[in-house]
Design a binder for this molecule. Structure first.
Ligand SMILES: Nc1ncnc2c1ncn2[C@@H]1O[C@H](COP(=O)(O)OP(=O)(O)OP(=O)(O)O)[C@@H](O)[C@H]1O
Ligand SMILES: [Mg+2]
Length: 300
């Protein structure tokens, strides 16, 4: 069956809201459900690269593809886990904002760079980890995407931050990418005990309705420890609260954003309600069982 690849940008111009953590763990949880996933690390901080257990290597990032030095297939690296691949980041990407800002094709540059891989259908999902700024890398990433996922924290002025990013999405939709969908808004680092948290989540739900994901990600120490071990928390400690939340979120995300893979599987995946560890309807292994990959080739 022909595969239709979904390109998802995980974006928010605000720093430290959980973008990279969401990219890494959504990707890991999807890969454990046998979806072929490519993470593209577009932040020169390279946190997603490191959190997936890879090193930064000069010349191995999307930068080399954007400059035309390399073909995209030459910068795709396997991780230790089946179905989970990454285009790493490295310091060269830091120059992209200045260097590429005057390029005529600057809006389409990421879309053009990803096109051969997207068209090959080798992946179900290509997930872009955007840097925390509304610069050309993020804009070009949104132009390249089918959908955007916005992680936010339930804080004072959360709506103001959301207005900025949703404004950018609207502008891109009315110009370079009319197909761009808002895939969801996910609350991260939630401390559900506080009144402020509940108020902010309520306010955002009131405004964005079912675009706000049912699943919220709790603040959890295992989530913050995992990057230093180069292992997504859904593999490192699958029973921790953070890992359970990211797995439930991945279910919700797949159900809301089906690929042909989902469409072909009957019944469609449902978020687990009372037993988050229960196997997928198709009997696939859970996130905890995603053994390190024996080979380096991305599944297609
Ligand atoms: N659910 C969580 N519980 C505890 N710590 C978390 C959680 N989610 C993220 N963190 C921690 O918060 C910090 C910021 O998270 P992350 O790097 O994912 O944000 P970001 O939006 O990608 O940041 P940047 O804008 O710098 O790219 C990291 O140290 C991360 O480990
Ligand atoms: Mg980040």
């Amino acid at each position: 069956m022909e595969r239709r690849t979904k390109v998802i940008a995980v974006a928010n111009q605000k720093g430290g809201v959980g973008k990279t953590t969401t990219v890494v763990n959504l990707a890991a949880a999807l890969s454990a459900r046998k979806r072929a996933v490519l993470v593209v690390d577009l932040d020169p901080q390279a946190h997603a690269t490191l959190a997936l257990g890879l090193e930064k290597r000069p010349g191995v990032s999307l930068y080399a593809v954007l400059t035309g030095e390399k073909a995209i297939v030459d910068v795709i690296e396997p991780t230790k886990w089946n179905n989970l691949n990454v285009i790493p980041s490295e310091v060269d990407l830091a120059g992209a904002e200045l260097e590429f800002g005057a390029r005529e094709d600057r809006l389409e540059m990421v879309r053009n760079a990803l096109a051969p891989v997207k068209e090959s259908g080798a992946f179900d999902y290509i997930i872009l980890d955007c840097p925390p700024s509304l610069g050309i890398v993020m804009t070009s990433s949104l132009v390249a995407s089918d959908g955007v996922l916005i992680p936010i924290q339930a804080e004072f002025l959360a709506m103001d931050g959301l207005a900025l990013i949703t404004g950018s999405i609207e502008r891109i939709r009315s110009s370079a990418n009319p197909q761009l969908e808002l895939n969801g808004i996910v609350f991260t680092m939630v401390n559900s005990q506080t009144r402020l948290t509940q108020d902010v989540i309520g306010e955002v739900r009131g405004h964005f309705g079912d675009k706000v994901c049912e699943t919220t990600i709790p603040r959890n120490v295992r989530v913050s420890e995992a990057p230093s071990m180069g292992t997504p928390v859904v593999f490192l400690d699958p029973r921790s609260k953070g890992a359970e939340a990211y797995k439930a979120f991945a279910w919700e995300f797949m159900a809301k954003n089906p690929t042909r893979f989902e469409a072909a599987a009957a019944p469609a995946p449902q978020p687990p309600v009372s037993a988050p560890q229960s196997p997928a309807p198709s009997g696939e292994p859970g996130a905890a069982e995603n053994a390190p990959a024996p080979s380096s080739a991305p599944e297609s």
